[in-house]
Design a protein around this ligand. Structure first.
Ligand code: PHE
Length: 405
């Protein structure tokens, strides 16, 4: 992969020893499902946008938030990580988890990659919708490209405290200690007001999307770019499902983006998760399906009310593959990417069914079960056999493993 030219979204880049992006993944760049009218990801994006427009009208009737849904997913490693304070040795930077184009550029792993530039351009309230890329396992809820919507809202002391003009409240103080509730130099009253606004806004969004009866709960968590940080979970089919991360923006980030005199919140939500729940979509690959039986179900006057009716599934074909891992280590996402490259969407699921350490040689063997199934047609045994033997030979040549059978 070294020293090849990569062309992606109008840019030409030279690959290097950091490159992990595959031609298959690059072929997804530009699909922009979130901008395809009538696509469920576009429908949910528009609903979220409308909620923010409506709930933030100023005295002149203009919305406070502006939306950016066409920013290139090709970002610098600096934008994706450093600009949002992700430490140099943080696990989220691993080559095994990200699609690096080379040492300098990558496919964004989250829409937070744009926080810094947009705050720096002077915006106080914005939404970013876009495709994001992460190397991951293969099953009904994971796909290496998915979509996020980011939101940022900044407050000046004047805006935050306008209801209490006589109280002499301040955003910042000299308190140098960081505690669970707040960052150093924030006043507790400022943080609590912003946190309250953030939680009200996002609970309101959940009710707007799913109805007043939806059950929600907040879970405290950690992100490098917010503190305190929270996740919102919604109750779906009896289980708590995480749908977004959010928090009070790190002041250092705001300061470096030229907005150090304001305090802000940020959130990032997963559009597929929300759309799968809202429309009852059982498999994440359906978002990429060109089958009219999928997309036509959303071409109705009230698309936000659609409950997807699954069409009958075509039969699966199973194959197992087992191999000795190379002695210098093995990254399972390398295998998943190879499956994605060879089999595309016909790979429905890949499970590690056996993981075995040879007692004498110390070598490690992995056995995976692959479920092949197409969304649009019955796959013949021969057809799948060809795909699987192609995969087997590429495992030998490209992954440096020794296939056992
Ligand atoms: N970027 C985070 C993620 O992808 C979500 C997030 C956005 C969290 C903004 C906090 C603030 O998981």
């Amino acid at each position: 992969s070294q020293d090849h030219e990569i062309s992606v979204s109008g840019k030409k880049l030279i690959s290097d020893d950091f490159t992990t992006a595959t031609p298959k993944i690059l072929s997804r760049v530009g699909a922009n499902l979130h901008n395809q009218e009538g696509h469920p990801l576009c429908i949910i994006k528009e609903q979220i946008r409308d909620y923010f427009y409506r709930s933030s009208l100023n005295k002149r009737g203009n919305p406070l938030f502006s939306i950016y849904d066409n920013l290139s997913p090709v970002v610098t490693v600096w934008q994706n990580f450093d600009s949002v304070l992700v430490p140099g040795d943080h696990v989220s930077r691993r080559k095994g988890d990200n699609y690096y184009l080379n040492r300098e550029f990558m496919l964004r792993a989250h829409t937070s990659a744009h926080q810094h530039e947009l705050v720096n351009s002077g915006l106080d309230a914005f939404l970013v919708a876009g495709d994001v890329y992460r190397r991951d396992e293969i099953d009904a809820t994971h796909f290496p490209v998915f979509h996020q919507m980011e939101g940022v809202r900044l407050f000046s002391d004047f805006e935050l405290f306008d209801k209490y003009p006589d109280a002499k409240l301040k955003l910042f103080c000299n308190d140098p200690v960081r505690i669970q509730e707040k960052q150093e130099h924030h006043t507790l009253e400022a943080v609590k007001l912003v946190e309250f606004d953030l939680k009200q806004t996002l609970e309101g969004l959940a009710k707007y999307l799913f109805g007043e009866e939806i059950e929600v709960r907040w879970v405290v968590t950690d992100f490098p770019f917010t503190h305190p940080s929270f996740e919102l979970e919604i109750k779906f089919q009896g289980e708590w499902l995480e749908v977004l991360g959010c928090g009070i923006m790190e002041q250092e980030l705001l300061h470096s983006a030229g907005a150090g005199h304001k305090i802000g919140y940020a959130f990032g939500l997963g559009l597929e998760r929300l759309a799968m729940v809202l429309f009852n979509i059982p498999d994440i690959r359906l978002f990429w399906s060109l089958d009219p039986r999928f997309i036509n179900q959303f071409k109705v006057p009230d698309p936000q009310k659609v409950k997807f009716k699954p069409f009958s599934k075509f039969p699966p074909v199973f194959h197992d593959i087992s191999f000795w891992c190379p002695d210098d280590g093995f990254i399972s996402n390398d295998f998943y990417d190879l499956v994605r490259s060879v089999a595309g969407e016909t790979a429905e699921k890949v499970e590690l069914i056996d993981d075995f350490l040879h007692p004498k040689t110390g070598r490690i063997s992995h056995c995976y079960r692959i479920t092949y199934r197409s969304m649009d047609k019955t796959l013949t045994k021969d057809e799948v056999g060809l795909i699987h033997s192609d995969l087997t030979s590429k495992c030998n040549t490209l992954l440096g493993v020794e296939v056992r059978g």
